[in-house]
Each structure stands twice: as C-alpha cells, then as structure tokens.
Write a protein that binds this ligand. Structure first.
Ligand SMILES: *Cc1c(COP(=O)(O)O)cnc(C)c1O
Length: 392
C-alpha cells in the first residue's frame, strides 16, 4: 500500500484564475434560498423562454438519421455553413464563401476561447473591453498572452477610446476584442466607431474579433451593425454569431464564425486538433433556426422590449440612473449613491431577495454599476424592480 498519496500539482494558469463570477454569486444565492424566501434571479443571461418548437422538431427528425450519428465534419456541414452564409447575406447583404469564410462552432464561447490559441504567442498583447465578457481576458492568459484592458465609459457611450491606445501597444497586439450589442452595458456601436476599429486593425496588423452574440436581440430603434458590412471589415475581422440568445438555444451549443479567410482557416486548424465539431443533428436544427429568423425575431424583440420598458419605467421614476440603448436583454444601472457594486448586490440579495450582477465582476471599469438580466417573466421582473426600488 502507498503510505503517502501524492496528487498532481494543478497548472499555474488554473491556480491563478480569479473565481468564476457566477459561481461566487451562486453560493450566496443558495444560502439565501435555503431560508425559504421567494428569490427572483435576474443574475444570469440565460433565456427563460423555450426554443421554438420548429427547431426542436427539426432536431428530433435529424437524430433519427443514422448518418448524423457519426463524427461531424470539424468545420461544420456544408449545408449548415451555406445556411449561415445565406443568413448573413439576407441580414446585411454581405456575400460569404461557405467553404472558406464560415466555420461552425460549438457555441460562440468555444470559438472565442480558442481564438487566442490560433494567434497569441507568449508575451503578445490582446485588447480587451472592460467591463466585458470574462472569456476574452481569461482565454488570452491561458495561452500566455497579456490582456490590455480598454475601459468602456459612459461618457464615451461605452465604446473604448481607440485613439488613446499607444502605437507601441497596437504593434504588440494580435487581437482586438469588441462586443456590440454589448454585454454587460447593453450599448450599441455606430458606424464611425467600427470604421476606426477597422482602420487601426488594418494599420497595425491586428485581428478584429467581434462578438455578435446579441446581434438579433434589440428593440428596433437602432439596428446593431456587423463589422462585415463595413468597408474593409471582412478583410481584417472574424465575427462570432451565436444561436444561443437569438433562438433561446443556450443549451444546444451552436454558433458560427464568419470573416477573413485567413482567420477562419487558422481557427479551423485549432479546432481540427481539439474538437470534432458540433453534432450534425444540432447543425440541422440550426439550419431550421436560420430559416425561421424573420418570424421568430419579431416575437423575441417584442418580449424583451416589453420587459425592458416595464423595468426601466419604474427604475427611472425612482431615481435610478439607467443606461438604455434598447439592445441585448440586459439593463445596466448605476448603483445608488453610497454603494459599491458588491455592497448593492449583497443588499439586493439579502434584503430584497433579488439576484443582480455586480458591475465590477465584469472588470474594474464596471465598478459603480449593477446589471439586470431580463430573463424572467414581465410579472417577475416588475416584482423584482419594485423590491429594488423599496431598498433605497
Ligand atoms: C452568452 C454570450 C456568449 C456565448 O454564447 P454561446 O454561443 O452560448 O457560447 C458570447 N459572448 C457574450 C458577450 C455572451 O453574453
């Protein structure tokens, strides 16, 4: 018998990881829940609505076809890539070669997390929005890269100030991550901003990685833009699209990347050696989703837009400072005078029994804000907001 058991030492990149934001909140949430109170969870951005039945049926049919039971093609089936290219053409009028400029993903997070593996050598820099989706910075670190945080400030409509970044930093950078409609702020980017981003990336040889996970989630006042539809954009960019938020399909794990051939092909080489692609039956369901967009999108917009209005009206009336570009299913709100993000989140949880997300969990520049996810019924959202209003 072994007298003294030894275990493997965990890699430094894991040991030095910050705690996953939602895991920490989950722990506190479960504690409050144990006391039996009626907790309203507006913390995580995960649609409460079901996947449209047409998509579910399409998947059921596809699972019965045994040819779908074998290894998928790592870059995605031609039919899926072709359907994604058609969707892009229809939405923004851009032609894509489905063989060279489209890649199926196992959810867009998968593609985003693998991108630095394709482009970042140890010591390289990656430009990352702050506040932002945590995957950009963490995936960069995993491969030895150095994230350079770009503050998203309200006075700048939550766009990074690209002119402020020094030429030296641009020269050392490989990727510029952007995300509009933006999580967590809900901000949209305009054409002049994307033009500047494309110009900088072309000048300094940086890959523009645009996370368009919320491309279809907007109220309709202003349409989100794709970097691919802006002059020169397709040559320097990779854009990440996701079926998750557009079709209430977060659990299915499906998305696609589109853009510059060199970027798509290089990310494809990574995936070829890491995973074997998305289940073909799920891609089949994704084709159905792409084709039903026009009908489904209107329903989706109506739901979120009603929820947004209900929440914002009450919050504003009570004096909360709310940012509203009408996009994503998030509401980004300043914490009341005298509270840090964490303090207000704790108060909301313990006294109002409402789960919100502290802004600083998305980066230093998120301090002083909290985020609501409109992923509950309008009735529950109204109840949650009424409780928050009573707190202050
Ligand atoms: C939800 C989300 C994603 C991930 O989407 P999946 O396609 O489900 O992996 C990517 N980026 C942002 C900003 C998100 O909020």
């Amino acid at each position: 018998m072994v007298t003294k058991m030894k275990t493997a030492k965990v890699a430094e990149r894991i040991r030095t990881l910050p705690p996953y934001l939602f895991a920490t909140i989950d722990e506190l949430k479960n504690e409050v829940k144990k006391s039996g109170v009626d907790l309203i969870d507006l913390g995580i951005g995960d649609p409460d609505l079901p996947t449209p039945i047409e998509i579910v049926k399409s998947m059921q049919k596809a699972t019965k076809d045994s040819s779908n039971h074998r290894y998928p093609s790592y870059q995605g089936s031609f039919d899926f890539r072709n359907s994604c290219a058609k969707y892009v053409k229809k939405r923004i009028g851009v032609n894509l070669d489905p063989d060279k400029e489209v890649l199926a993903l196992i959810g867009s997070k998968e593609g985003i997390a693998h991108l630095p593996l394709a482009f970042v050598d140890p010591g390289d820099k990656v430009l990352v929005p702050d506040p932002g989706y945590p995957v950009y910075a963490i995936a960069t670190r995993f491969y030895g890269g150095e994230p350079v945080m770009m503050p998203l400030l309200e006075e700048n409509n939550f766009l990074p100030d690209l002119d402020k970044i020094k030429a030296k930093t641009w020269n050392q950078s490989k990727i510029l991550f952007l995300n509009y409609p933006n999580n967590p702020t809900g901000a949209l980017a305009d054409e002049s901003f994307f033009k500047l981003a494309i110009e900088k990336c072309a000048k300094y040889g940086v890959l523009l990685a645009h996370d368009a996970a919320y491309f279809e989630v907007y109220s309709g006042r202003k349409r989100p833009l794709s970097v691919l539809e802006i002059e020169g954009g397709k040559d320097v960019s990779i854009e990440f699209f996701s079926h998750s938020k557009s079709y209430n399909m977060t659990g299915w794990r499906l998305g696609f990347a589109a853009g510059a051939e060199y970027a798509i092909q290089t990310l494809g080489r990574v995936k070829n050696n890491v995973d074997s692609g998305a289940f073909t039956a799920i891609q089949q369901a994704g084709i159905t989703a792409n084709e039903m967009l026009a009908k489904h999108r209107n329903d989706l917009r109506k739901v979120y837009s009603n929820r947004r209005k209900a929440a914002i009206r009450v919050l504003k009336k009570a004096g909360f400072d709310v940012f509203d570009d009408g996009a994503t299913f998030y509401v980004w709100i300043k914490t009341p005078e005298g509270y840090t993000s964490s303090e207000f989140t704790m108060k909301a949880l313990e006294e109002a029994h409402v789960v919100v997300t502290p802004g600083n969990g998305f980066g230093e520049s998120g301090e002083g804000y909290f985020r609501l996810a409109l992923c509950a019924t309008e009735k529950r959202i109204s109840e949650a907001v009424a409780r928050l209003v009573k707190l202050v």
